[in-house]
Design a protein around this ligand. Structure first.
Ligand code: PEP
Length: 252
């Protein structure tokens, strides 16, 4: 079985001043404790990207933007281009977070263009998928996720997607304190891997990291990470407190 390196990531959402972001990033980067040898990623607001990239320089911590626009440049007021987030020091980008999908109208077609733009600029994509509570209750979870992957990643080869991380984030678990049970997470991760295998081949599927997000906390991370198809976490709330995020990085 392929051993996948754990990927522990924090999405800071619309929190923190530049000074607060720098301090948090430094506390995470300065911590030498990483017993699982996990890859670590933090995603501050655009305004803090450059300062955070500077603060973590030389450490194992990668910096991500929380979104990106698909155009290269031009009259797109408020949008930020892939070259601009790279210029600010980001190597990764989160695409398709459920808040982007539900609050800002990011459709599968838009997300597909964002993935294309990010890959063109060599950014590592963290591609988020997940079902709403109504979809889960209607037994549509696996179909919804397959369709988000099918449409969001349309047109790319396994080679192009080789660095991508998939984040399974059930919408009903994000910021709600309701976590999917480890078994629920495992079921979706396993079926997502199976889908990716049918689409991109066995080798791709055995290597791609599928991380879980949705109220991951210090007291539930160990059980979630114990699942064979859960390769890491995308953490919102608890990534804003250095000690909590460091404990999550050092899951048992
Ligand atoms: C997220 O922001 O992607 C997330 C999972 O948030 P939380 O951990 O707060 O539920």
């Amino acid at each position: 079985m392929t051993k996948r390196i754990p990927f522990i990531s924090g999405n800071w959402k619309m929190h923190n001043t530049i000074a607060e972001s720098k301090a948090l990033a430094k506390a995470i980067a300065d911590c030498k404790e990483n017993k699982n040898n996990a890859d670590i990623m933090i995603a501050p607001s655009y305004t803090s990207l450059a300062a955070v990239a500077e603060a973590v320089k030389g450490s194992k911590v990668a910096v991500a933007a929380q979104d990106v626009h698909f155009e290269e440049k031009g009259a797109f007021t408020s949008a930020v281009a892939p070259s601009q987030i790279k210029d600010a020091g980001a190597s990764h980008v989160i695409i398709g977070h459920s808040e982007r999908r539900s609050l800002f109208g990011d459709t599968d077609a838009i997300l597909n263009k964002k993935v294309a733009a990010a890959l063109k600029h060599g950014l590592t994509v963290v591609f988020c998928v997940g079902e709403t509570l109504a979809e889960r209750e209607a037994d549509k979870t696996l179909g919804v996720i397959e369709s988000q992957l099918e449409n969001g990643l349309k047109g790319f080869t396994a080679e192009q997607l080789s660095s991508m991380v998939v984040a399974y984030e059930p919408v009903w678990a994000i910021g709600t304190g309701k976590t999917a049970t480890p078994e629920q997470a495992q079921e979706v991760h396993a079926s997502t891997r199976k889908y990716l295998s049918s689409k991109y081949g066995e080798d791709f599927a055995s290597k791609v990291r599928i991380v879980y997000g949705g109220s991951v906390k210090t007291d539930n991370v160990d059980a979630i990470m114990a699942q064979p198809d859960v390769d890491g976490a995308l953490v919102g709330g608890q990534s804003l407190v250095a000690e909590q995020f460091i404990r999550i990085i050092n899951f048992n």
